[in-house]
Design a protein around this ligand. Structure first.
Ligand SMILES: *Cc1c(COP(=O)(O)O)cnc(C)c1O
Length: 361
């Protein structure tokens, strides 16, 4: 068996320890004679799994008691609709457009009410985060929406926008659990887990309790109503059981690493290795402004498409997988999520140095 360094933006690398443990428990989970995939979601066994996962997540993120944690299906994308359906009482919301995911969420919200783009960085291909200290947010907007880490472009909000008292909703898919955050600053935090937590098929939604009501837009499907899910502890219908089980293992792994403060330190160290190299390289360069650089997704280019393609091909031969940039951006992107070991980044930079020496004209 040999494992590659997987720089995929998602589904992405998971901790090897977690995969091994899951493999060991595959046929017989803790003496019950079946795998977690085969057990009833109403069983005592599974009840323990989901309760423990929730508690560990609460510990890691320091989630206050007045927030609910929901484990749902449908990925992040389903929440693009669920957010307006559950929150648009005045049928108005403010969106900050910092990339394709924010734009898709904004477009989706337009199906349900007036979704206003109050800021955008599209003028410079989303290579920066706009100044959000004094935005023109309508008084009666139901919420302000951000995509906190822009997976495709590699930018991140280092400071949350001034929402002027409005509820903040954040898609944190690609920075989930990468560093400590203050949950109380948000009304809703959500994301698909396949970037930084677990297998595709689970979305985690953390919602302040007072935002979970029966007062949703008419026609909201039962499954998309947060109240349905909250009242039933994410067990209204069959949840993505196996995915939740793996997420739970990743939460335990994160606790063992020292929690989110420790992860932040490691993630900063990892990202610095790559960014420091990019900043002095004569061949490669990063594509976003320094102040807004993501710790998780690092896009870079040589400026020559053919050379980019050559780099991607040679990298693959050396065991660096999925380093090709997003199809809409080109170039390269290294996603260095929590589970990417520091050696992966060190070896990538070593390889980039070698490639540079061989290809610099
Ligand atoms: C990947 C991604 C999504 C889409 O997630 P799905 O679970 O595939 O719906 C949404 N937002 C961000 C920031 C992402 O990185």
């Amino acid at each position: 068996m040999s494992r590659v360094y997987n720089f995929s933006a998602g589904p992405a690398v998971l901790p090897e320890e977690v995969l091994k443990e899951a493999a060991e428990e595959m046929l017989d989970y803790r003496g019950c004679g079946m795998s977690v995939m085969e057990m009833s979601h109403r069983s005592k066994m599974f009840d323990n799994i989901i309760k423990e996962a929730e508690q560990d997540l609460r510990d890691l993120m320091n989630i206050p008691d007045n927030y609910k944690v929901l484990f749902l299906q449908g990925g992040a994308y389903t929440q693009f609709a669920a957010v307006p359906m559950n929150l648009m009482k005045n049928k108005k919301a403010a969106y900050i457009i910092t990339g394709q995911w924010a734009k898709k969420a904004w477009k989706e919200a337009q199906n349900y009410g007036e979704a206003i783009a109050v800021a955008s960085s599209e003028d410079k291909t989303f290579s920066y985060i706009p100044d959000c200290s004094d935005l023109d947010i309508p008084e009666d907007a139901d919420y302000v929406y951000i995509c906190e880490n822009n997976t495709i472009y590699g930018t991140k909000f280092k400071k949350l926008p001034n929402t002027k008292g409005h509820i903040l909703v954040a898609d944190v898919s690609s920075c989930f659990l990468s560093e400590p955050i203050d949950v109380t600053k948000y009304g809703v935090i959500y994301g698909g887990v396949q970037k930084n937590i677990g297998p595709a098929g689970v979305a985690i939604v953390i919602v302040r309790e007072d935002l979970i009501t029966d007062d949703v837009l008419p026609g909201t499907p039962t499954m998309l109503k947060w109240k349905t899910q909250a009242d039933n502890d994410s067990l209204f219908n069959t949840p993505p059981c196996y995915g939740i089980y793996i997420c739970g293992k990743v939460f335990k792994w994160l606790k063992k690493q020292g929690g989110l403060a420790a992860m932040k330190e490691i993630n900063e160290k990892k990202a610095k290795i790559l960014y420091d190299f990019l900043d002095q390289s004569k061949l490669f360069k990063g594509t976003v402004v320094k102040e807004d650089r993501s710790l998780m997704n690092v896009p870079f280019v040589t400026g020559d498409e053919e050379l980019d393609a050559k780099f991607v091909a040679e990298a693959k031969k050396q065991g660096f997988e999925n380093i090709k940039g997003h199809r809409t951006v080109g170039g390269m992107r290294a996603s260095i999520y929590n589970a990417m070991p520091i050696e992966g980044v060190e070896k990538l930079v070593e390889f980039m140095k070698k490639f540079e020496a061989e290809n610099l004209k």
